[in-house]
Design a protein around this ligand. Structure first.
Ligand code: G6P
Length: 345
């Protein structure tokens, strides 16, 4: 077992460190899928169905696809898909690391029954999902032993970005290179101050805007899965519609505040939260004076394009969750009550 962990204390940490290579591998696999990129380019609409972490990766795809390719993308939780309509002319993408999640399989069957063209994105060769979908894209992250998904999430993000690059025929080498650098640097960033804040509380918020909203959802999911601390991912602009009532010095927030869409609004949201006593852990650029002024703890991420920013923030959040769970003595690779793959509806 120790040998399989490759010198790391947990599979989760080993898998976090595999992410620079995983991103590149998965990006290339998906980018080579010309027929699938073509199918998506011609689609009148794209629907994505998934659960858990795969759902968060799918939400992120929506932001990138709508911005880069102008295609409307609908993203649904697989377990809710049966209660919704399935337009016939859509291309439906089902995303599942294991390829065995019961809810995702039934949603995909429903899409097939409605004559939709279907694509599976999965990490497991020959898994059930590949036998249902018309086309399959493998993420190629390699076996993931930790119950909490890390490298398989980065692999899904990479697969989506590879597909989008294929759809828009854009240059791919710069994406690969900037993301690798961003992940490598973020594996070494000091997150100890954030961890000491997080490990003392029972509730946390994770907030972001635009592409960082789904990234915040995934950050919160990681935290609750392995540390058992209640963590809620929220769109920063929605905090005033309810969560304001909960804010106090006992409810820190991990906030993504990076230059780009929504940056000024994000700063304004942080000031509103700060005024209500919330300790802020800001993830942003190291030379951002405005962020430093409002945040109690600042975690710098390297400068880069949107994918590099997403990858860097993801890695930082994975490491905050990991070290918080470690500080609390949790069973990191096998959190209580959770399973790697959920084969019941
Ligand atoms: C379980 C796992 C999660 C995963 C979800 C969906 O809940 O613990 O890590 O995100 O299932 O799994 P899938 O294999 O379909 O991506």
């Amino acid at each position: 077992e120790a040998a399989r962990k490759g010198g790391f204390e947990h599979f989760m940490l080993k898998e976090i460190f595999e992410q620079p290579d995983v991103f590149q591998q998965s990006f290339r696999l998906a980018n080579g899928h010309n027929s699938t990129s073509m199918l998506l380019r011609r689609a009148r609409g794209i629907s994505v169905i998934a659960c858990g972490t795969s759902y968060n990766a799918s939400l992120l795809f929506r932001y990138f696809a709508e911005k880069e390719c102008g295609v409307p993308v609908r993203v649904d939780l697989a377990s809710e898909y049966r209660y919704l309509s399935t337009p016939e002319d859509e291309v439906v993408i089902a995303v599942s690391q294991s390829g065995e999640t019961a809810d995702t399989l039934s949603a995909l069957k429903k899409a097939k029954d409605s004559n939709c063209q279907t694509i599976a994105i999965t990490n497991v060769q020959g898994s059930s999902i590949t036998r249902i979908a018309d086309h399959t894209i493998y993420t190629g992250a390699g076996p993931e032993m930790s119950v909490a998904a890390t490298k398989s999430y980065i692999a899904q993000v990479a697969a989506f970005s590879g597909l989008l690059a294929g759809m828009s025929c854009s240059d791919t080498s710069s994406v690969e290179c900037s993301v690798r650098q961003a992940i490598e640097e973020s594996l070494l960033t000091d997150v100890s101050e954030a961890v000491s804040l997080c490990s003392k509380v029972s509730t946390l918020f994770y907030v972001g805007r635009g592409i960082f909203y789904p990234v915040a959802l995934e950050g919160a999911l990681k935290m609750k899965e392995i540390s058992y601390i209640h963590a809620e991912g929220y769109a920063a602009g929605e905090i005033k519609h309810g969560p304001f009532a909960l804010l106090s010095k006992e409810t820190p927030a991990v906030a993504v505040c990076l230059p780009g869409d929504g940056y000024q609004s994000m700063l304004a949201n942080l000031r509103e939260m700060k005024a209500r006593g919330t300790p802020l852990i800001g993830i942003g650029y190291g030379d951002d004076i405005d962020l430093k002024e409002v945040a109690d703890v600042c975690i710098p991420v390297p400068k880069g394009d949107a994918y590099a920013q997403v990858a860097a923030v993801t890695v930082v959040m994975q490491r905050i969750a990991y070290y918080t769970a470690l500080a609390l003595g949790r069973d990191i690779d096998k959190p209580r009550n959770l399973a790697k793959s959920v084969t019941v509806e």
